[in-house]
Design a protein around this ligand. Structure first.
Ligand SMILES: C[S@@+](CC[C@H](N)C(=O)[O-])C[C@H]1O[C@@H](n2cnc3c(N)ncnc32)[C@H](O)[C@@H]1O
Length: 328
């Protein structure tokens, strides 16, 4: 069992969280220290946790394809649990990790270090925006993972105020394709762009996108950033922090972005019943079209949330492979 010891520390069992009987490279009880800014692992409910329900199945899918990642990097690591999953499942030995908050990064560094059994792991951490703190330090990376926020912060939000892991600062100086802005996937696009020079040819970016937009638009991100894109895994989640997140999507939908799609939880449960994330990934477009009659726009989903109902959303892990320039 996983237990929440206090707000400042959680203990996660890889047996339950990663569905791994015996770990070889990381401890069998993972202690994670958190700051008030850390994205909180859902230690009581692995199905609701992004690392357990999205990153781990994606890493296992790659590993089953025979693709390991001696050189791995996670952008926006939070507590550091995604890096530990990569050390165990993808046999990562060089582990890059970034986060935008100093305190989150320092805790992540300690969390990764203190839960390692393997002696061959080198940690390369950097505080700052996306991959920028590691540019020039990391190269020839096999896999870059990211689960970045979608929703631009409102003018009134404060980055220094508690957990802001589902939102990010709106003003960016980079050029962003219009479709990425309209779909609120700007950070995913920028991460793909920054990752390109850091990856080896044949390396890949796994973008974890609960973006509530059509899969075709998600795939278009890979193409726009110069990769070959496909859906690696497809799954669903009950919307966590529903007032904040659905409220955020509804606000931008009213301003003309989106539309963004949520679904009744019972419909999602049935549509994905008996399918592994990899099997669902292989027929993602078909599942998406079966779900289409049940789509709920963000403004309507917010009304449901406000009346006490749960809503869910799908999650895609976009697999963007760096191919030699002449192969595109
Ligand atoms: C949704 S959490 C994901 C945490 C963890 N990777 C996971 O999958 O559970 C998003 C993380 O990205 C970080 N973040 C947000 N904006 C960022 C940026 N521009 N650059 C780097 N990290 C960022 C947040 O502080 C937070 O830790």
């Amino acid at each position: 069992m996983s237990t929440q010891v206090s707000k400042a520390e959680v203990v996660v069992s890889p047996g339950e969280f990663f569905q791994i009987g015996e770990t070889r490279r990381i401890r069998s009880a993972i202690r994670l220290e958190l700051t008030e800014h850390s994205y909180l692992p859902k230690s009581d409910d692995p199905r609701a946790d992004w690392v357990a329900s999205v990153a781990v199945p994606a890493f296992k899918t790659l590993s089953q394809m025979g693709f390991l990642a001696p050189r791995f990097c996670t952008i926006g690591t939070g507590a550091g649990l995604d890096a530990l999953a990569a050390v165990e499942i993808l046999k990562a030995r060089t582990v890059g990790f970034t986060d935008i908050h100093d305190d989150v990064l320092e805790h992540a560094r300690r969390n990764i270090q203190s839960n390692l059994l393997a002696q061959d792991v080198e940690l390369v951490g950097g505080v700052g925006d996306l991959l920028s703190p590691l540019v020039g330090t990391l190269s020839e990376v096999d896999v870059i993972y990211e689960n970045l926020p979608n929703i631009p912060m409102a003018e009134t939000d404060d980055l220094a105020d508690g957990q802001t892991s589902s939102t990010f600062i709106r003003e960016r100086s980079e050029e962003i394709p219009g479709f990425a802005e309209k779909n609120l996937v700007t950070l995913h696009y920028l991460a793909l762009q920054q990752a390109y020079p850091v990856l080896r040819v044949g390396g890949r970016v796994l973008s974890s996108i609960g973006a509530r937009i059509p899969i075709s638009e998600i795939l278009a991100l890979s193409g726009a950033a110069g990769y070959n894109g496909s859906v690696l895994t497809y799954t669903w989640k009950v919307q966590s922090e529903p007032h904040e997140v659905v409220g955020g999507f509804a606000r931008w939908e009213r301003e003309g972005l989106g539309p963004f799609h949520f679904y009744p939880v019972s419909v999602l449960r049935e549509a994905f019943d008996g399918l592994s994330p990899a099997a669902a990934g292989a027929r993602a477009l078909q599942i998406e079209s079966e779900l289409a009659p049940y789509e709920i726009a963000a403004v309507d989903a917010l009304a449901l949330v406000e009346s006490g109902e749960k809503v869910g959303h799908t999650v895609t892990v976009l697999d963007s492979v760096k191919v030699p320039d002449h192969a595109l």
